[in-house]
Design a protein around this ligand. Sequence first.
Ligand SMILES: [Zn+2]
Length: 144
Amino acid sequence: MAFKKRRPHKRVNKNEVRLMERAAQERQVMSVGSLLTRFPSVSRLDIQMDFVSHHGHLLGSEHRTFEANDLLNFFADCPGRCGNGRMDVEAAVKQMINNQQTSRDTNGTCKETLFAGSSETCDCELRCKITAQYAPVTAEEAKE
Ligand SMILES: [Zn+2]
């Protein structure tokens, strides 16, 4: 008689998936690294963030300065009506540094809906000014 070993089918519930996604997101933040490891040509990075509601009120401001060994963090929690929006300025920072620019303005709007199933979005605006100071090129590097 053929004997078949039955392996229980592992079911992943939605909650587990959500937890795994969250852990992956957190790992992503962790792996962003320090200014020195990510952008070795930059000696100092400043990010000024102003959050403006869709009515034009200033909801909050934040200034971040990163130097050599400071861990980078390009995420900002939206202080707007959504309560769970997240802004990310990493792409703008990368582009600015790739282009060797010393300053760049970037704006973003939170597209988070106000509650599940709502068609109304938060529309809180992030006005962001990024400035970078580049490390002087050393004689060693100039030779290459
Ligand atoms: Zn928002």
